[in-house]
Design a protein around this ligand. Structure first.
Ligand code: PBG
Length: 322
């Protein structure tokens, strides 16, 4: 056979395969999403996310240390308050759970890069991502509270804020408030392309943030849409976002590529709770090889064009897939 081109030549050994590898994963691209809760001296395993825990502030150092030891130096914080109310006041309270957790983490682990999720759903009694006007989430009223929340996180020491609410205009509102308070250097990572997804199910159990009525479809995106992703991404660029996120990751890699191809900002992909839970459940049954699957999933996100990957598997990835 006179074959001029034989692609298999470059697959002949592990050394060669690694030499010509197109996608490389780097620890510095990983962000660990972590749950902190009110209370004292408690670490609770999350039923829907085996191997993931909710920590009180006095115990969160244990996990931060493990992340740092694995070479992961960025964390995204989600707060679970003891008390919820109609207007989510614990989201922007000076001594709120995220504010205290950030203060603690930056004091004890100054080398850690602390990002905070900015949203109302964990803090409102109705579980929606903003304040209500009857049964409608009031966009412009919510913007004021989101900006207030972001500012309180930054004042507590957050290095970056990440709004996940999907209200219109929130990047501009947060940017304006941060700048007016002198925080011009704090970047905003926008959950720009966030779909109304059933893959968030385990997270909502973890955070007790499932909406008490209805769903999030009037603010999060319809998963049948692709053009709309670009519309959202470009709007956030105009409003001053520094990093754009696509969420979920695994079933939305076409959008990661779409945003990568049209926007010059760094792109993050969030491998959400449902992705983690599926892998855990299947591997617990011995149906898949957890270690290999998570490396393949991460590589697919980077191959699709992500620069940053948020994953509950950050430690494992950092240890095994690089
Ligand atoms: C808050 C928020 C959610 C997630 C991140 N930020 C839940 C939601 O929108 O319902 C999901 C993360 C995950 O599933 O891992 N709005």
């Amino acid at each position: 056979m006179n074959l001029q081109i034989r692609p298999r030549r470059l697959r002949g050994s592990e050394t060669l395969r690694k030499m010509v590898r197109e996608t490389r994963i780097d620890r510095s691209s990983l962000i660990y999403p972590m749950f902190v809760m009110d209370g004292e001296n408690k670490v609770e395993e999350i039923t829907s996310l085996p191997g993931q825990y909710r920590y009180t502030v006095d115990r969160m150092g244990e996990e931060l240390e493990r992340q740092l030891d694995a070479g992961v130096s960025s964390v995204m914080l989600f707060g679970i308050p003891e008390k919820k109310d109609e207007v989510g006041s614990q989201a922007y309270a000076e001594d709120g759970i995220v504010q205290r957790a950030v203060r603690y983490a930056k004091k004890e682990f100054p080398e850690l890069y602390m990002i905070t999720d900015v949203c109302m759903c964990e803090y409102t009694s109705h579980g929606h991502c903003g304040v209500l006007c009857d049964h409608y989430v009031d966009n412009d009223e919510t913007l004021k509270l989101l900006a207030k929340t972001a500012l309180s996180h930054v004042e507590a020491g957050a290095d970056m804020v990440a709004p996940s609410d999907m209200m219109d205009g929130r990047i501009a509102a947060i940017r304006e408030t941060l700048d007016a308070s002198g925080h011009v250097t704090v970047p905003i990572m926008s959950y720009a392309v966030k779909y109304a997804s059933s893959f968030y199910g385990p997270f909502r159990e973890a955070a007790g943030s499932a909406p008490a009525f209805g769903d999030r479809k009037s603010y999060q995106m319809d998963f049948h849409n692709r053009r709309e992703a670009l519309k959202e991404a470009l709007l956030d660029v105009e409003e001053g976002a520094d990093i754009l996120m696509v969420k979920p990751a695994m079933t939305y890699l076409d959008l990661v590529r779409e945003v990568r191809d049209h926007v010059n900002l760094p792109v993050a992909a969030y491998s959400v709770s449902g992705e983690y839970a599926m892998v855990k459940a299947a591997s617990a049954n011995g149906w898949i090889d957890e270690e290999k699957i998570i490396c393949e999933m991460a590589a697919s996100a980077f191959r699709a064009g992500a620069d940053i990957y948020l994953t509950y598997y950050s430690k494992e990835l950092a240890g095994r897939c690089l």
